[in-house]
Design a protein around this ligand. Structure first.
Ligand code: OSB
Ligand code: MG
Length: 370
């Protein structure tokens, strides 16, 4: 396969309501869309998922767009054909910049799937000897808010068909909200996301969440603290799930070796693409680490990739991969999978088509491979 076109379009999409985490308050989602066209005429759009604030990751929209334009695209342009998507990196001489790499690697997988006459989920499943689920239960991530707001949101989410709720917390004060939510919803599948807000000295306070029957807590401590997480995991009666900490399969090896977590939130953009994601999935499966697919407040375009990965039967726990309508009013694509009968109906989901307006804006951007 040869690439004939690569176009880049920065967009800013307003959120319905601010999305608050321990890192930041997100009001406007800045994204960079990447359009690819192959010599056979297949098209795919990818999305650079980095944020504009440096809380979640040091990779920012601007820095990753620059890396993409100045480091990644020239390598593609110099290559006669697109190499196989295997364990070998497409950019062996570029360190880091995982979100920039994923913004191109993911749509390359979509092109390969279209060439092979497969859905993206089928191609991913074949690569690891897995099967595809036509419909999947999904969870929802709710930003930090007071109890009344969370109760109202959860009532809506349960009615809308979500199977699991994740409550973001920004500190010890928010733990009482989690406990009160449990009182109001005795049977809800409930998890908590700390986004690095806690310290090892909070271990006893965090352990009290056992009474609220939370299934897991995501990334309670600072990223990089694999030893701290191992100590905390040993003292908690429920699972730790790592998010910010997992950038590569080597990080997962460290988790296994140290016992830092029992669950992993896998985001293809955070780890640099699907090749690394599948390596992580294999290793997690081999060590009984419960792996599930996370979200990055993607548009419907970016969500397609996370949803396709979540279709693999290895993923049992509901991911943060519901319709992106949760966040945005104006969709960038013409179709999104519906949440019906408490399942996201993915079926043979094709690469989403941009709205005519978005497609026209893209065509006005220059072809960087010309
Ligand atoms: O910590 O999982 C996180 C969104 C942005 C950055 C980090 C996280 C999140 C979410 C949102 O929780 C999940 C979603 O996109 O539905
Ligand atoms: Mg998280």
């Amino acid at each position: 396969m040869r690439l004939t076109e690569l176009r880049v379009l920065p967009v800013a999409v307003p959120l319905r309501q601010p999305f608050r985490s321990a890192h930041e308050q997100l009001k406007m989602r800045q994204l960079t869309l990447i359009y690819l066209r192959s010599d056979a005429g297949f098209e795919a759009v990818g999305e650079l998922e980095a944020f504009t604030e440096p809380g979640y990751s040091p990779e920012l929209q601007e820095s990753e767009r620059q890396a993409l334009l100045e480091q990644l695209v020239p390598v593609l342009k110099a290559a006669p054909t697109v190499p196989e998507l295997t364990a070998e990196s497409l950019w062996p001489n570029v360190a880091g910049h995982r979100m920039a790499k994923a913004a191109i690697e993911l749509p390359l997988w979509s092109l390969k799937a279209q060439e092979a006459g497969l859905t993206l989920a089928e191609l991913l499943a074949r690569s690891v000897g897995d099967t595809v689920q036509p419909a999947i239960p999904v969870g929802i991530s709710l930003g930090v808010a007071d109890l009344a707001t969370q109760l109202k949101r959860i009532k809506w989410a349960v009615t809308a068909g979500y199977s699991r709720v994740k409550l973001k917390v920004a500190g010890l004060d928010d733990l009482s909200t989690v406990k009160a939510v449990r009182q109001a919803f005795p049977r809800l599948q409930l998890i908590v996301d700390g986004n690095e807000a806690f310290q090892l000295t909070d271990a006893a306070a965090l352990a009290t969440l056992a009474a609220a029957e939370v299934i897991m807590i995501e990334q309670p401590l600072r990223a990089g603290d694999f030893v701290g997480h191992a100590k905390l995991q040993a003292s908690l009666p429920f699972a730790i799930c790592l998010d910010e900490d997992i950038l590569s399969v080597e990080d997962v090896e460290r988790v296994v070796r140290l016992g830092s977590a029992r669950s992993l939130n896998l985001k293809p953009s955070r780890v640099g693409g699907f090749v690394e994601s599948l390596k992580i999935l294999r290793l997690a499966n081999a060590h009984q680490l419960d792996c599930w697919v996370g979200g990055m407040v993607e548009s419907s375009v970016g969500r397609y990739y996370a949803q396709s990965l979540a279709q693999l039967s290895s993923f049992k726990f509901p991911g943060d991969v519901g319709p992106s309508e949760q966040f945005f009013t104006a969709p960038l694509s013409t179709w999104q999978p519906p949440l019906r009968n408490r399942r996201l109906q993915l079926g043979d989901q094709p690469m989403p088509k941009l709205t005519p307006e978005m497609a026209a804006r893209f065509q006005r951007q220059c072809n960087l491979l010309a």
